[in-house]
Design a protein around this ligand. Structure first.
Ligand code: PHE
Length: 357
């Protein structure tokens, strides 16, 4: 009995893993195991001998059983330790950076200028980019044979065969929103209308799609002086410089009378544009007092009301503010390029827990 015990306890202690331990268990206590066999033999014994042998066999069985359990727990701990050694995670490692977009300069500039005009009491109006020729031209005092129609390098939409109505156009300026806003809201009114406009034009300073912001203020006594103050105030706030110099040049638009084009002073030193200094002028907008026919087309009585309007090139003022020399680079912008000009992603926490640059 003692040899049996010594043998099995040694076998349990030597089992290298749970599979080896299970082999020892089956060999001793399994249905056909050695100890089980001995216990089965008890039945053929004399009652006296059976009592003694039974007691010690049971004790042996319990002892082996206990040793098996203890060893199993020990082996389990060891296996866990082994796994922990190989399967660890370094939670202090930095996350893998993912490339992140940024707000496009045009969108950023639209937000900036909207905020500035909002401070001056202007709200935002909108109109469609595919516009009827009436809103884009006729209502703005540009009748069908007017030369200004040619000057606009218009993109025309197709009409179905046999449909002889004049084709819709891709709006060539944001001025049709003047008409829509007047019809929607009446007078007095103060709105801006930022958005995309289209002209068949492509060179270093022109792209077929570009952005304008229309401005319009109508009241009883609005004058050119109000227009001038509004534009100067806007430029100071937008360009964040005290010294902004604007030049009003007499001009002509069919929808304003009198009309002025406005240039802003800037310098270009080694491709870096700067506002408020230098000897260069960049045209940034067209403006004037709204033509009585335009007020009337918008349903507003020109004998009671008057107003100013302007249309400003957003891409132009964005280039000036951020010192970007080439309009084409502007639209083909990639992230490296945008970062170069100081455009960075918003500080949005990402899943890795970091903050974007
Ligand atoms: N619509 C004109 C253009 O695109 C600009 C403008 C707007 C001029 C409003 C006067 C008044 O050139």
């Amino acid at each position: 009995m003692d040899t049996l015990k010594a043998r099995y306890l040694a076998a349990v202690a030597n089992a290298a893993d749970e599979a080896g331990l299970e082999e020892v268990r089956v060999g001793a206590l399994g249905k056909k195991g050695e100890i089980s066999g001995l216990m089965a033999g008890l039945g053929k014994m004399e009652p006296e001998a059976r009592k003694a042998a039974g007691a010690s066999l049971n004790a042996l069985k319990d002892e082996i059983d206990a040793a098996l359990r203890a060893r199993k727990v020990a082996l389990g701990d060891a296996a866990l330790d082994e796994r922990l050694k190989t399967e660890w995670l370094d939670v202090t490692l930095p996350g893998r950076p993912r490339p992140r977009g940024t707000i496009h300069p045009v969108s950023q500039v639209m937000e900036e200028l909207t905020a500035i005009f909002a401070d001056m009491g202007f709200s935002v109006a909108e109109g469609p980019q595919v516009e009827s020729d009436w809103y884009n031209f006729d209502a703005l005092n540009i009748p069908p044979e007017h030369p200004a129609r040619q000057e606009h390098d218009t993109f025309f939409m197709h009409r179905a065969e046999g449909d002889n109505r004049p084709p819709h156009v891709l709006r060539t300026h944001t001025s049709p929103v003047q008409i829509r806003a007047m019809m929607d809201q009446g007078a007095p009114i103060r709105v801006i209308a930022p958005g995309r406009v289209y002209r068949m034009d492509m060179d270093q300073t022109h792209t077929p799609m570009f952005h304008q912001v229309e401005g319009m203020a109508i009241d009883r006594n609005i004058s050119m002086a109000n227009l001038k103050w509004t534009l100067e105030e806007f430029c100071r706030a937008f360009f964040e410089v005290d010294k902004v110099e604007l030049r009003f040049r007499a001009s002509h638009f069919p929808f304003t009378e009198p009309s002025a084009e406005v240039d802003i002073r800037y310098s270009n030193v080694g491709g870096q544009l700067k506002i408020g200094e230098g000897d260069k002028w960049m045209e940034i907008l067209g403006s004037g007092m709204m033509h009585p026919k335009v007020l009337a087309a918008g349903g507003i009585d020109p004998d009671q009301w008057q107003g100013f309007a302007f249309g400003m090139g957003i891409d132009r003022i964005a280039m000036l503010k951020y010192g970007i020399p080439d309009l084409r680079a502007f639209f083909e912008a990639d992230l490296r390029w945008l970062r170069h000009y100081g455009f960075s992603a918003l500080d949005v926490p990402d899943l890795a827990g970091g903050l974007s640059a």
